[in-house]
Design a protein around this ligand. Structure first.
Ligand SMILES: Nc1nc2c(ncn2[C@@H]2O[C@H](COP(=O)(O)OP(=O)(O)OP(=O)(O)O)[C@@H](O)[C@H]2O)c(=O)[nH]1
Ligand SMILES: [Mg+2]
Ligand SMILES: [Zn+2]
Length: 251
């Protein structure tokens, strides 16, 4: 869905109104579904007095995902990405418009290769400056793909990615006494037990359940659309055949 042969996805967000752990969960699920290694990159730490709080929120929510806090304009900060930049490595950039994806590319390449533009003052949103995908060779030997900022990301066909991202919750659900446990009032519910003991954070369970439901809904509607399209394709092919048959009769 994003690109082929990507090793690492830099999921970029900033210390401002763009910051949304819920959106990051969506990106992470899609990336993990595709067996791509995610790295969370928090930019604009130089512009916010609360940068450490943003970073702490990521650490609390995504303890197992590699994370970097940087000023994307600062070469020294950006050099902390070098473990993912070596020969044979392909990096993709994901994130909303204005979070600094192209800025990162420029800092990594050491030049103004990609156009960047200031975000809007009023609402902090980017201006969709990058409009095409482009691949750039890094001095360290790898390649990096710059992409247009994403508007929204609906989850579909990312079930495995979700289960990987929420592996602890997924493991708990399989330990409930009943296979179809709804994790509300059933006896022997491992999820409720973990909530009560404090082992599982309720926010995490709610996120998991909401994303699971969304993923299933979207997957089902995608499947329905595919089958409608297949049926239509068949109709078109049959119409074509009948036309030929008609001509045969005339001749
Ligand atoms: N001070 C500071 N400015 C940054 C940082 N990262 C990005 N910027 C600025 O934020 C603005 C947007 O950066 P871009 O690199 O154009 O953002 P983008 O993610 O490529 O946006 P699209 O191409 O629209 O998807 C530019 O003015 C950058 O100079 C940072 O870490 N610190
Ligand atoms: Mg850009
Ligand atoms: Zn249960």
């Amino acid at each position: 869905m994003i690109a082929a042969n990507v090793d690492t996805a830099l999921i970029v967000t900033s210390c401002n109104a763009d910051f949304s752990p819920e959106r990051l969960e969506r990106y992470l699920s899609v990336v993990m579904e595709a067996n791509i290694a995610p790295v969370l990159v928090l930019t604009k730490v130089d512009l916010s007095a609360d940068a450490t709080e943003y970073a702490a929120s990521l650490a609390q929510r995504f303890p197992d995902i590699p994370r970097l806090s940087i000023n994307a304009l600062d070469a020294e900060d950006v050099a902390t990405l070098s473990p993912w930049c070596g020969a044979g490595q392909t990096i993709a950039l994901l994130g909303s418009s204005g979070v600094g994806k192209s800025t990162l590319v420029n800092s990594l390449l050491g030049g103004e290769v990609q156009v960047t533009a200031a975000i809007r003052e009023e609402d902090g949103k980017g201006r969709h400056t990058t409009t095409n995908r482009s691949l750039h060779r890094l001095p360290e030997g790898g390649v990096i793909l710059d992409s247009p900022g994403m508007r929204e990301l609906q989850l579909a066909e990312a079930e495995d990615g979700l289960d990987q991202l929420f592996a602890d919750v997924d493991a708990l659900t399989s330990m409930c006494r009943f296979n179809d446990c709804s994790h509300s009032a059933e006896p022997g519910c491992a999820v409720v037990r973990a909530l009560q003991s404090g082992e599982l954070d309720e926010q995490r369970l709610l996120s998991y359940q909401a994303l699971k439901a969304e993923e299933m809904r979207n997957r089902e509607s995608l499947a329905a659309r595919h089958s409608r399209e297949r049926a239509f394709g068949k109709k078109v092919r049959n119409a074509g055949k009948n036309k030929h048959r008609g001509r045969d009769v005339e001749q």
